[in-house]
Design a protein. Structure first.
Lengths: 84, 124
């Protein structure tokens, strides 16, 4: 179980490399989005390990926040307003 | 048997997620990177959540994991699609081996193809 969490954290470090080095703005945005989805998985595995059901609420909230943030940045890159 | 299937699902999901992150580092282009990362991480997260549901059964942990899996399965591809469209309109260059750009052709524009100038080492 701990080994799986460590492997996922290594994947998050790959995303962090791309977010720091990415040549363009959408590279950084997609790297942060993928990193938040990986944190969702890590939170779920910690919830399974310690049998804490309320940690999955945190997981669902993290997925919602990353979705809304990525969508807003995509609209900003496209040059349109948010209600278009 | 259910426990074995659950653990196998979690391990396969972690493997898919790690390969997706490796694709995020290794692929040459924004669109290729987005393709690899988004699909692999979506399937991997759904595998992990389904494995947690199988391991814990019908209690609060399992049902919340199932809800989270459905939510991730819906939202991540939508966000990546919107971001890819936004990046193409924003002017991110395509890879030099790109075969077709149907979106720009339909809008009557000229595709911005990377001619290899970005392959050189960065100045920073």
């Amino acid at each position: 179980m701990t080994i799986l969490i460590v492997i996922l954290a290594g994947g998050a470090f790959f995303c962090l490399y791309r977010a720091l080095k990415g040549p363009s703005i959408p590279d950084r945005v997609i790297a942060v989005d993928i990193m938040s989805v990986i944190f969702t998985s890590i939170t779920a595995l910690v919830a399974l390990k310690y049998k804490l059901a309320y940690l999955l609420d945190l997981s669902i909230a993290l997925a919602i926040i990353s979705f809304v943030g990525t969508l807003a940045l995509a609209k900003y890159l496209e040059g349109r307003s948010l209600d278009d | 048997m259910t426990s074995f299937i659950g653990w196998a699902s979690i391990v396969v999901g972690v493997g898919f997620t790690l390969l997706g992150c490796l694709g995020l580092v290794r692929f040459p282009d924004l669109y290729n990177r987005m393709q690899a990362a988004t699909k692999c991480v979506t399937l991997g997260t759904c595998g992990i959540m389904f494995g947690i549901f199988l391991l814990s059964g019908f209690n609060a942990l399992g049902i919340k994991a199932l809800v989270c899996a459905v939510f991730v399965l819906i939202t991540v591809p939508v966000a990546a699609h919107a971001l890819g469209r936004g990046a193409l309109v924003f002017g991110v260059k395509l890879w030099k081996g790109t075969v077709k750009d149907q979106f720009t052709e339909d809008r009557g524009g000229e595709s911005i193809v990377d001619t290899g100038a970005a392959d050189k080492p960065e100045e920073t």
